[in-house]
Design a binder for this molecule. Structure first.
Ligand code: C2E
Ligand code: CA
Ligand code: CA
Length: 511
């Protein structure tokens, strides 16, 4: 099973058995024996040659009895890689060989360790270290750092260049991409990889090289999951400012600076407001309102996706409660869930608890899931969660439909209740026959599958009218209403109501 890990631990035990202390303890007996058997010549030979041999062999060996090991994987720790790099860099200055250091991180390892039990995380680490050792050369030194992070000292070679390292990174990622079987659940992971070539390093030490590889890893994670990056000196400055932003969003989530704004969704049949989509906004004390595209990446990198959806869900359900106190009925609120959050095995329980706490029927909460998440997943947990939420009674909105190639089988399997046609198909639908044909095809498919429909990004009266004629169920977009803070929603609804009373209804597609 963990053949290489076992082999290395057997090797360790053997080394321990013949370690220098034991041999030194027997040295007097060995020399005496040599004298009895071979006379003075043998005595001199053993007394001189044996210590010399021992010192040479200890000098070449890598981790010794005193090298601490990681308790789970039995791999050496960071210092072993640092020492190996120091030795390689030293040799490189004399021999012209180049070396490199790699750091890799199992993306989402922390989230998985939190969600499953302790032994699941250990099993993943063991399986991962075994697979990684399988793609390295026997002289490469690998250590486990904290969490799901590993560091590698690459054996010096004539051609340790960018291309070779990218290939190595690719092999590492492939080995991690095979699902990890824990209990009877397949857990899917990706790995981010950062590396540093000795030629890119200003300070030629093992410690500096490990730091540089770590810097490249952080950059890979920013572009991840599953990114690969080579170290360059400019990375350091950039990473420093990104870490500062992560700390800022963490605080903003707790102080209430990040809250949802609400964008109305209306029925094309009645013109009434049928729901609001909750869209995260950061009310920054000095920079004003910040849109999600500028802070969602920092939230994901800081591992705060779960916290964000807790905050947005809380405010969305509170908003429903507030609307219920007015004299109009607002059927639903839509909340966006990232794939990170959908991997939480306790998600259904958590949402059920929140709904109970607010005493709100599950049918009034629409869970918005990107089409790319549904199409790209064979992750059992995501599939179970979507199904569980639908069984709970929540609506499942397939977001950005048309951009993610979801198979019809998956739409059925995940019990999707509504398709949100992506803005890219809706723009100029009243003027562009090609757009019109595409949306007609999507709407026909939805009708056959008995799915409700909503068109996103409706900006003009012409687009609104065409969608209504084509039989699209709901519309949402700047042309109807922009996202607004909760405090403005009630006035907006009142104004909208007076408008629909005055507007004649648009005739709909027949049949
Ligand atoms: P989305 O879920 O597709 O949300 C619709 C986006 O389109 C929103 O951008 C909205 O302001 C914008 N939009 C609406 N109508 C129009 C229109 O007529 N024209 C144009 N040009 N744009 C329109 P926003 O608020 O910047 O959000 C961007 C994305 O960020 C969202 O796309 C969603 O994927 C993500 N997001 C927002 N809030 C959350 C959240 O709480 N959690 C998660 N996981 N993602 C969120
Ligand atoms: Ca959405
Ligand atoms: Ca969308």
């Amino acid at each position: 099973m963990h053949a290489r890990a076992k082999l290395s631990s057997t090797y360790d035990r053997l080394r321990r058995a013949i370690s220098i202390q034991y041999l030194l303890a027997f040295l007097p007996a060995i020399t005496l024996g040599a004298y009895w058997l071979g006379g003075e010549g043998a005595l001199v030979a053993v007394a001189l040659i044996l210590p010399a041999l021992l010192s040479i062999s200890e000098g070449f060996s890598t981790p010794t009895l005193h090298t601490p090991h990681d308790g789970i994987t039995r791999l050496p720790l960071r210092s072993a890689v640092e020492n190996a790099l120091d030795r390689s860099l030293d040799a490189h200055s004399r021999s012209g060989l180049t070396t490199a250091s790699i750091q890799l991180d199992l993306d989402d390892f922390h989230a998985i360790a939190e969600r499953y039990d302790h032994s699941a995380a250990e099993q993943i680490l063991l399986q991962a270290s075994d697979r990684l050792l399988g793609v390295l050369r026997s002289n490469d030194v690998m250590a486990r750092l904290d969490g799901g992070r590993f560091a590698i000292a690459v054996t010096p070679a004539r051609r340790a260049d960018l291309e070779t390292l990218i290939q190595m990174g690719g092999r590492i990622q492939e080995s991690v991409a095979v699902p990890f079987l824990v209990g009877n659940t397949n857990i899917y992971l990706t790995a981010s990889v950062g590396f540093c070539l000795s030629s890119r390093l200003a300070t030629q030490t093992g410690a500096a090289m490990l730091d540089a590889a770590e810097c490249a890893l952080q950059e890979a994670k920013l572009n991840g999951p599953g990114g690969v990056r080579a170290y360059s000196p400019e990375m350091k400055r950039k990473i420093r400012s990104q870490s500062a932003l992560q700390e800022e969003v963490r605080a903003a989530l707790e102080t209430g600076e990040i809250q949802p704004w609400f964008q109305p969704q209306i029925s094309t049949h009645t013109g009434e407001v049928t729901g609001f989509e909750a869209l995260a906004r950061w009310q920054h004390p000095t920079r004003g309102i910040i849109n999600p595209s500028d802070f969602l990446p920092a939230i994901e990198q800081a591992g705060l996706s779960e916290r964000l959806s807790e905050v947005i869900l809380f405010h969305s359900l509170s908003a429903l409660k507030q609307w219920d106190k007015t004299d109009f009925y607002l059927p639903s609120v839509g909340v966006n869930f990232s794939s990170d959050e959908l991997r939480n095995p306790k998600l259904v329980e958590k949402i059920q608890w929140e709904l109970d706490r607010f005493d709100i029927a599950a049918g009034r909460l629409n869970i918005e899931i990107l089409e790319s998440v549904v199409s790209g997943t064979d992750d059992d947990t995501i599939a179970r969660n979507i199904k569980g939420l639908s069984q709970l009674g929540c609506g499942i909105d397939l977001d950005d439909f048309g951009t993610g190639h979801a198979a019809i089988a998956n739409i059925r399997r995940f019990s999707v209740s509504r398709i949100k046609v992506d803005r890219s198909f809706v723009t100029k639908i009243d003027l562009d026959p090609e757009q019109n044909r595409m949306v007609s095809a999507i709407l026909t498919m939805a009708e056959r599958l008995e799915l409700d429909t909503l068109a996103e990004g409706v900006e003009s009266v012409g687009e609104h009218a065409t969608l209504s004629q084509l039989g699209c169920g709901h519309v949402q977009g700047f042309g109807i209403g922009r996202p607004m803070p909760f405090s403005e929603t009630v006035t907006w609804i009142e104004k909208h109501r007076t408008k629909i009373v005055q507007t004649p209804t648009i005739s709909r597609k027949q049949g």
